[in-house]
Design a protein around this ligand. Structure first.
Ligand code: RRO
Length: 309
């Protein structure tokens, strides 16, 4: 799939369909398997400095067009998880470590630990919808966001902040990330939502609210990617509701240079990323698009107008 190869801030991937954070990424073995089945790169679960048990059960709830989760950042801490990152490298594709922290300094230390474990890049989780004091609360402040990127740049590996769809100052955030030296921006994390158990007269999720993913969020993700592509020259990695090669191409045409697949892996199985990459290649071929860059942002009318097309 040479026509699908992609380079993001110096990180090379054989195809642009990556495993998203939070899906089948508890162990290095499962991540390596997804890589062997064709994913272009693997994003790990979000890992912090200390172990965290996560939120009380139930942590997931199905809805008609998507999945609600409130896992609550469960993870064993970076020191222990480094072993899983090393094991995931067996898959032979770049491993991107998703990290979260409470300060730029902690993010920077985590980035260095991830690099030492063999990660090719870090994704900064600035967008978890239900972790007090972390995630979304940090990802809306351009000064703090820029400082976090700068701290992680000391690791020397590419840095990809991940944004929430709830951010209202996308242009400011994109500029702050670009000025700080980010290699790209990932969008979107899940949308805040909830479900009610009528008989029990209470919320379904143990945490009451959670994050919605899956087909329902695809139009929102597309809009955010489109806006980011309009506002910045940084590569954008699109995520949210991608289930097929056609969905992936929609994101690419909106401005994504790569995509991530999460919820669809639960529906289509561990080969989902590889299968979607093959579907993407076929669809592009049938449309006369030989290389990925020919399709990136092709549907972005703002950029077209800017370049006088
Ligand atoms: O662990 C979670 O509950 C979680 C995370 Br870290 C995230 O970034 N997004 C999400 O929907 N759930």
């Amino acid at each position: 799939m040479t026509g699908l190869s992609v380079s993001l801030g110096g990180m090379e991937a054989r195809n642009p369909v990556f495993l998203a954070s939070g899906i089948l990424d508890e162990t290095g073995a499962s991540m390596a398997r997804i890589a062997c089945l064709g994913a272009g790169a693997i994003v790990t679960k979000s890992v912090g400095m200390e172990p965290r048990p996560g939120h009380p059960n139930p942590c997931v709830a199905e809805t008609p067009c998507g999945l609600l989760n409130a896992m609550g950042l469960p993870n064993p801490g970076m020191e222990a998880y480094a072993e899983e990152i090393r094991a995931a490298l067996v898959g032979g594709v770049p491993v991107i470590a998703s990290i979260y922290g409470s300060s730029p300094r902690e993010f920077g230390e985590l980035a260095c630990m991830a690099r030492d474990a063999g990660a090719s890049a870090v994704e900064l989780n600035l967008s978890c919808p239900h972790a007090k004091g972390l995630g979304l609360e940090m990802g809306q402040d351009p000064v703090l966001g820029g400082d976090i990127v700068k701290a992680c740049k000391t690791s020397g590996i590419p840095v990809f902040p991940k944004l929430s769809p709830h951010v209202n100052n996308l242009g400011d955030m994109a500029k702050a990330f670009q000025d700080a030296g980010a290699a790209g921006i990932v969008a979107i994390n899940t949308l805040r939502g909830m479900a009610i158990d009528v008989e029990a007269r209470m919320p379904v999720l143990g945490n009451s609210t959670g994050g919605l993913s899956g087909p329902a969020v695809k139009p929102v993700g597309l809009r955010v990617v489109y806006e980011l592509y309009t506002h910045t020259n940084l590569p954008v990695i699109g995520v949210g509701g991608i289930t097929s090669g056609r969905d992936a191409l929609e994101y690419i045409m909106a401005g994504a240079s790569a995509v991530q697949v999460g919820t669809a892996v639960l529906q289509r199985g561990p080969g989902a990323c590889g299968d979607i990459a093959r579907e993407l290649e076929e669809l592009m071929g049938s449309m006369g698009l030989e290389r990925l860059h020919e399709a990136v942002g092709i549907a972005n009318m703002e950029r077209r107008r800017g370049s006088g097309e």
